[in-house]
Design a protein around this ligand. Structure first.
Ligand code: DX5
Ligand code: ZN
Length: 218
């Protein structure tokens, strides 16, 4: 089963509630919320107060992607704001196992993400503890960048290792995903597709989402 997570980074921030409703009506499984701090990545987006406001307008699962330093300081705020799962970057912390425990102790599923230059093996020590691994297919920080095709072997490597351990955890991909690249990442073993500019920019997100989901059954 392929799951689709539109990234609100590509939406109109002045009407987040409507944008979320549009994607829910189009068949999206969750909303991907990009949190950037201007420190871990060279851009600033939104924080827990915005997530809290948006929570009042939609029941959609919130897939929180933290691209921030010191995520442990802010995880409780995102939990309280209505997060459904929390992903943090391995490169941002010294003790990933501690952060995973923190997220799980709040009753939320925890996921780890790696930037393009971080090798697949970096997540191996945590595979038994997370429900999802996010493989960045662009340098985190901005929407609308080109898909990095050389990330495909990384996805394959992680899927192979998950299979070897008998785990059916999700592999999420994020960055430059559209109708063409979706096919490639699904073939490599990804099953949660984040798409920002593609879904918010296309005239018929319903068909686009249905087509991407159908990749899981070919
Ligand atoms: C980038 C973010 C992405 C971004 C993807 O750092 O993590 O979620 O919104 O945007 P597109 O799909 O436009 O590449
Ligand atoms: Zn993201």
């Amino acid at each position: 089963m392929i799951k689709i997570a539109p990234s609100i980074l590509a939406s109109d921030f002045a009407k987040l509630g409507e944008e979320a409703a549009k994607m829910q009506a189009a068949g999206a499984d969750m909303l991907h919320i990009d949190v950037m701090d201007g420190h871990f990545v060279p851009n600033i987006t939104l924080g827990a107060p915005v997530v809290k406001s948006l929570r009042k307008h939609t029941g959609m699962p919130f897939d929180i992607h933290l691209m921030i330093s010191d995520p442990e300081k802010y995880i409780p705020d995102f939990y309280a704001a209505g997060a459904s799962s929390i992903t943090f970057h391995l490169e941002a912390v010294e003790e990933p196992a501690k952060i995973i425990r923190q997220i799980k102790s709040l009753g939320l599923p925890a996921a780890v993400s790696i930037k393009p230059k971080t090798p697949a093996e970096a997540v191996f020590p945590y595979l038994d503890e997370v429900f999802m691994v996010l493989v960045m297919t662009v340098e985190p920080g901005f929407g609308g960048q080109s898909f990095m095709r050389d990330m495909l072997p990384k996805i394959e490597k992680i899927r192979t290792e998950l299979n070897r351990r008998g785990l059916d955890s999700y592999i999420q991909v994020d960055g430059g995903i559209d109708a063409v690249t979706a096919k490639e990442v699904v073939k490599a073993g990804a099953d949660v597709l984040v798409a920002g500019s593609y879904l918010f920019g296309c005239p018929d997100p319903k068909t686009a989402i249905a087509d991407m989901k159908a990749l899981g059954s070919v």
